[in-house]
Structure formats: structure tokens, C-alpha cells
Ligand binder design. Structure first.
Ligand code: GLU
Length: 277
């Protein structure tokens, strides 16, 4: 009897611990005011890609991440915090971006992330800051000319875990097998070593790969719409509003179009006029 009672006691104690821990983390999470904290530290911490040329790519020469999204984040930081405001960058992948935001390691995600209804259940999105579309990259001379020609038994399509591209492709080429790699540099290596017939993700990302890798081309045009949004944690209204406001300012000042020109004017096949705001 005693033994049973002490066991019950232990279970109750454990339950109390779990419940109080849960309460603790949820209150500290919801109490945090990201905009206020960032104003105090004069820093916004952005989650950006580091494996995606044109959007966010690590330059090994100086250890800096460079790309359109990095520059846009810097410009928006100045709008939100003032001229002396600092932007800090943390590398994310398609798979790690949502957990890193949920844990508070980053304040916002600006990482080629499409606004989707499923994701919007977990994060808040800004309005779209870039309109991409899904496409495929193949080796020149490949019999694959568009997404329809991938829809056959035996075809292998490469993609990245955590991207919606690997879900979308199942609708457009249901007969193909989808091989998911952990990031875009690994997916490209897999394509180059012949592990798949095509690599699929957004056109802008694929253009970045084709610039660096002559002999590989984006074919067949886009087959989805991928509006990119800046994700913030749920319940951070002031920060979310500041981000939308900063985006409008950067667009209206002409800075946005300057950045589009800087990163995309040399990219063959990129619709500059369509991208300008
Ligand atoms: N835009 C797509 C997505 O959000 C693909 C690019 C990516 O993997 O980030 O999933």
C-alpha cells in the first residue's frame, strides 16, 4: 500500500512539474515583445538561406551571407530601427526555419519561403515581397523538357526537405519518385552526379544554380505560384506591422527596385519588369 502511495505521489509530482514547466515556457514566449526587444538591442535577427545563390549565399572568402534577401533585410532593418540599426543573420534551411523561429533563435524568416495556408497556421506572414514559381533544372541535352515529361515510372526528381516543392511535384508528376536532400547544395550535387533526372524548386533559386553551373538549364517555365513572405512568430502584431510598413517604405523609395536590378539584371530568363514594384 505504501509503495503504491509513494508511486502515486511521484506521478503527481511529475505531473505538477510538467504542467508548471509548460506554463512557464508559454508565458515567457507570449510575453516577449520582439519589436520592443529589438529596439532595445538595436538589432533584428533574421533567418536567411546560406545555400541559395541570388537570395542568400555564404561567401567563404569573408564569411558573409550575400543575396537579395540579405540586402532587403538590411534595408528593412534601417527602416524599423533607424540608420544605426543592425541586422544579424542566422543560417536556416527549408527544414530548420520554422523550428528556429518557434524557439526564438530568430526574429523573422526571410528565406525563399512561400506563403501557404498550412504554414500560416503556425506563423504570421508579411505581404509578399517576391513572386516566384516552381520550375525544374536539368542537364543540357536531357530528354526532360518540362514537368509533364517527368511524369513517368522510373523518373527521379530531386528536392529539399521542408520545401513545398517536394509536395507540389507529387501533384504535377505523380508517377515520378521524389528524392529529398537536406539542402540545395546537396540537391545540386545529387543532380550533377546523376542521382536524379531533374531538380525542382523555385525558378529564382534554379537560375542561381544555372549561372554557377554552365551546362544546366531551367526548362519548361513555371507551373506554380510561389509568393514569398516574411514569417514572424504568432502574436507579435507590432513587429509584424513594422515589417509590412518597412516593406512598403523600401518599395516606395525605389530601394527595392535597385536591389532587384543589383541581383537579377544579369540573370538570363529572369523577368525584371515583372519583378519591379
Ligand atoms: N518557396 C518554396 C518553399 O517555401 C521552395 C523554396 C525553399 O525550399 O525555400 O518551400
Amino acid at each position: 500500500m505504501r509503495k503504491i502511495l509513494s508511486r502515486v505521489g511521484l506521478v503527481v509530482a511529475l505531473l505538477i512539474m510538467v504542467v508548471s514547466l509548460g506554463a512557464c515556457s508559454s508565458t515567457s514566449g507570449s510575453k516577449r515583445d520582439v519589436l520592443k526587444d529589438d529596439k532595445q538591442s538595436n538589432t533584428i535577427t533574421w533567418g536567411v538561406k546560406a545555400d541559395t545563390k541570388l537570395f542568400g549565399l555564404m561567401d567563404v572568402k569573408d564569411n558573409q551571407i550575400k543575396g537579395f534577401e540579405v540586402d532587403l533585410a538590411k534595408a528593412m532593418t534601417k527602416e524599423i530601427l533607424g540608420k544605426k540599426g543592425k541586422a544579424r543573420f542566422i543560417q536556416v534551411t527549408s527544414q530548420t526555419r520554422m523550428p528556429l523561429l518557434a524557439n526564438g533563435n530568430i526574429d523573422a524568416i526571410m528565406a525563399t519561403m512561400t506563403i501557404t495556408p498550412q504554414r500560416a497556421e503556425q506563423v504570421d506572414f508579411s505581404r509578399s515581397y517576391f513572386d516566384a514559381g516552381q520550375a525544374i533544372l536539368v542537364k543540357d541535352g536531357s530528354p526532360i523538357k518540362n514537368v509533364r515529361s517527368l511524369n513517368r515510372k522510373g523518373a527521379v526528381v530531386l528536392g529539399v526537405v521542408g520545401s513545398n516543392s517536394v509536395q507540389n511535384i507529387k501533384k504535377f508528376a505523380p508517377k515520378a519518385r521524389v528524392l529529398q536532400l537536406s539542402d540545395y547544395s546537396q540537391a545540386l550535387t545529387a543532380l550533377k552526379s546523376g542521382q536524379g533526372d531533374a531538380l525542382t524548386t523555385d525558378n529564382g533559386i534554379l537560375y542561381g544554380m544555372s549561372i554557377e553551373n554552365p551546362g544546366y538549364s531551367v526548362v519548361g517555365g513555371t507551373f506554380t505560384k510561389e509568393p514569398y513572405g516574411i514569417a514572424t512568430a504568432k502574436g507579435q502584431r507590432p513587429f509584424h506591422n513594422a515589417i509590412n510598413h518597412a516593406l512598403t517604405k523600401v518599395e516606395n523609395s525605389g530601394e527595392y527596385n535597385k536591389l532587384i536590378y543589383k541581383w537579377f539584371h544579369n540573370v538570363k530568363g529572369f523577368d525584371m519588369k515583372g519583378a519591379e514594384r
